[in-house]
Design a protein around this ligand. Structure first.
Ligand code: HEM
Length: 415
């Protein structure tokens, strides 16, 4: 590394920075396109353009061995997963997931997910106040447990393990040490429960075993592939959806706009909140060859840390109003909170479907959303969001269950 290369002593994973990383991200963006983080020995990539370009260049920036900051996480937790594979192996694994997560498969799920959102929104808003995290968690866990074909009894192991997995992707330290046993327990549980004889053939796991039987993937690929659904699909959506509700509660005019036309604004409202508060703040890549990032030379074997959370606030991409929550921002779907390139999140249609269903159900029922106390911030090495977010609602006068069939929800503005 050249003595003139941009570098920083920032301790990115300290509680103080995790609680509010945006000033540090701003400083990194001003320091350079790639900034060497002395504390962790990786290059932070803070600007939108560079993160987007790196995601599209998997030949230079590999995922195998480069996603997490420790060798143990890269080998023991991520080894063999779709997230941490490259080239032909990645294509082979991804093809199996794509079938189940494609927009066509989502169409078949729409009525079930819409009905679930209607029921939960009725239940949670009945008293006039609810916890956005509890509602999102209920929604997302019910969906993933059902699709995976896992019994409800394993819910807590899955929830604790999924969040812990993201702590384990960070650097050595207290958070990492505490999370390791929980993440390992989840992997053990998946190996115990997801066995050929026990799983429902109609579930995602059933389809994974079908792919094994058809010779598309090896038997040993089955559980690591399933772990992508659990680790990648739960907390991300729980935190992203709940944060969308928090941001709408903080911006009453945006909520009114969404209520007037939920079909039009529910998806942009979700994307705008992901842009502003990416549920996964960063992931790594390993350089397979030397290259330049924005004029900064990086050597083969070095690691970059792609700051999705910083890219979403980069004024070079989003203008001077980058920090503002604006569901009408025309290009907000171009955020990088879902990654990009060949590893672009495979679960976007499912995340969108769930978010739309909840937002529409809330729009049909609630004329006002406001924060009912300070949301409690989660401190996780990679994830950003809350562990509790109290919201008060004013129920719309016309709100009653009979008017809230999925069809009624889709029929334009609610008065
Ligand atoms: C708001 C919700 C979500 C967010 C913010 C999110 C974010 C991400 C990100 C950033 C990546 C790219 C990782 C990389 O850079 O290498 C990713 C990949 C992935 N996500 Fe999501 N995700 C969400 C929901 C879901 C859901 C619901 C599922 C499925 C149940 C899912 C499944 C996956 C899978 C399988 C991958 C790996 C794709 C690959 O490596 O080819 N995600 N997600």
């Amino acid at each position: 590394m050249s003595a003139l290369a941009p570098s920083s002593s920032l301790r990115l994973f300290d509680d103080r920075v995790l609680a509010d990383p945006y000033p540090s991200y701003g400083a990194l963006r001003c320091t350079g396109a790639a900034v060497h983080l002395e504390e962790y020995g990786v290059w932070a990539i803070p600007r939108h353009t560079d993160v987007a370009a790196i995601l599209k260049d998997p030949d230079t920036f590999g995922s195998d061995g480069g996603i997490a900051l420790t060798a143990l996480a890269n080998q023991e937790i991520l080894g063999g997963t779709v997230l941490a594979s490259d080239g032909a192996r990645h294509i082979k694994l991804r093809r199996v997931l794509s079938k189940q997560l494609a927009p066509r498969a989502m169409k078949a799920l729409t009525s079930r997910i819409t009905a679930r959102a209607e029921r939960l929104v009725d239940q949670y808003t009945a008293s006039g106040r609810f916890d956005a995290i509890a509602l999102s968690r209920h929604m997302v866990c019910d969906t993933v447990m059902e699709l995976m074909g896992l019994p409800d009894a394993d819910r807590d192991v899955l929830l604790d393990g999924a969040a812990a997995t993201f702590d384990v992707f960070g650097p050595h330290g207290d958070r990492y040490q505490q999370a390791l046993p929980l993440a390992s327990r989840m992997v053990e549980m998946l190996h115990e429960k997801l066995i050929r004889e026990k799983v429902n053939r109609e579930s995602w796991m059933g389809a994974i075993f079908e792919a094994v039987d058809a010779g598309e993937i090896d038997e040993g690929d089955a559980v690591p592939l399933a772990s992508a659904y659990t680790a990648a699909g739960i907390d991300t959506t729980v935190l992203g959806l709940a944060d969308c509700l928090v941001q709408l509660a903080q911006h009453p005019q945006q909520w009114q706009l969404l209520r007037r036309d939920p079909d039009r604004w529910a998806t942009p409202a979700f994307h705008e909140s992901l842009r502003r508060e990416a549920p996964i703040q960063g992931f790594g890549r390993l350089l397979t060859q030397a290259t330049d990032v924005g004029g900064v030379h990086l050597d083969a074997g070095e690691q970059v840390w792609l700051l999705y959370g910083s890219a979403g606030r980069d004024p070079r991409q989003w203008g001077d109003e980058a920090d503002v929550y604006d569901i009408q921002r025309p290009d907000n779907h171009q955020h990088l909170a879902f990654g990009g390139g060949p590893h672009l999140c495979a679960g976007i249609p499912l995340a969108e479907l769930q978010a739309r269903a909840v937002l529409r159900a809330l729009a049909a029922r609630c004329s006002h959303l406001t924060l009912d106390g300070e949301p409690v911030r989660v401190l996780n090495n990679l994830l950003r969001g809350h562990s509790a977010a109290p919201i008060a609602v004013e129920l719309a006068p016309s709100s009653n269950s009979a008017d809230r069939s999925p069809e009624a929800c889709q029929q334009g503005p609610v008065t």
